[in-house]
Design a protein around this ligand. Sequence first.
Ligand code: CAP
Ligand code: MG
Length: 427
Amino acid sequence: MKSDEQYFDFVDYGYSPKSTDVVCLFRFEPAKRTTIKETIGRIASESSTGTWTTLTKLPTRVKNLQAVSFDVKDNFVKIAYPIDLWEKENVPQFLSGVAGNIFGMKAIKNLRLIDISIPLKFLSNFRGPEFGITGIRNLLKVRKRPITGAVIKPKIGWSALEHSKIGYETWIGGFDLIKDDENLTSTKFNRFEDRIKFASKMRDKAEKETGERKSALFNITSETKIMEKRAKLLHELGWEFAMIDVITVGMSALQTMRDTCHDYGLAIHAHRAMHAVLDRNPKHGVSMMVLAKIMRMIGVDQIHIGTIVGKMSGSKIEVINIKNQITEKKIKENRKNFLLNQNWGSLKPVLPIASGGLHPGLIPNVIETLGVDIGILVSGGVHGHPNGTRSGAIACMQSIEATMKNIAVNEYANSHAELQLALKKWN
Ligand code: CAP
Ligand code: MG
């Protein structure tokens, strides 16, 4: 037997996947002197039962647990994984398989996990989002327009009191949510406990003055036990959300926090800081859509998906695919758009969050492309308004109003001074 032939065992062009199989779509580039058949066999082998050499005397069970590369076209391959490979409710194990060692093998120059079709049998081990889009709209009493939020800027540096005062201005300007930045947790100049206490007072005042529901996305990201304490504190002060940097905390911590937040009645805002380390290179790594699917499965209630028009990378097709995956009940296979079949069963939809470099002039574009069932975060584009935070929030709300009324923002600005100033600065 030649050294690579053992991998051929993991290739079966005639295989048709079972409804319980996990099916992955990969894009691959073999290294020099590696054939396509060896490459796709290696991917299936290393991500399931194989190793780099032949072994003797294996029980039939092992054969039955093998992944199968069954459909290859150009540089794309579909691989089916039997359900029994996977431990129920264990996301780290799942990723150690489908997104593990295979990405580091010398025989494969580049490898991209584009999509995973997760069978209902595996999905049913997970609770999915607790609130979902409807639940969040109910929490905030916002029915029709996009939900609005602003990260307090600069990202880090304000004291807890200063932070909450800027929050108050944001709320009074008409926003539903204020949000911590991804790298703000608890520092000596802005302790988490102080921040949420000061903000509670400001929230009560803003709610009284506006008659609207006001809330916040406070970043509880930390070691898991500390996150649990912070979630409890949020609950005790009557907050509705906990924000988690879902990639940096890791899947295991997030799974724990999904349940903790459920116990405290908190919706989870998923910030995706560090996702680009995994998904930015289009030839290698794991797509953001796969990460977002995992997040829906675990059960976050809202997650950043990109804006297309703002400052962060993410093409139109990528952002729309992510949006559809986290909001729809069923996705139909479409190879041209890099999609496999996905049935989400009873898992609720996640609220897509558009954020990054937005300002009132870009809001119409975001709504036209992504619809109204989204959260829009505008931060620099609020606090950087020439007349300050409150005017910045007002300008964004005016931009949303104009868009919902089908009026061009430039026209609306003629009778709305805050919007006019914002457009002058940023357009
Ligand atoms: C946005 C933001 C968010 C990014 C994250 C920032 O601020 O707070 O973290 O949107 O990117 O730090 O850049 P601005 P994504 O509104 O001032 O840009 O949403 O793509 O995950
Ligand atoms: Mg940020």
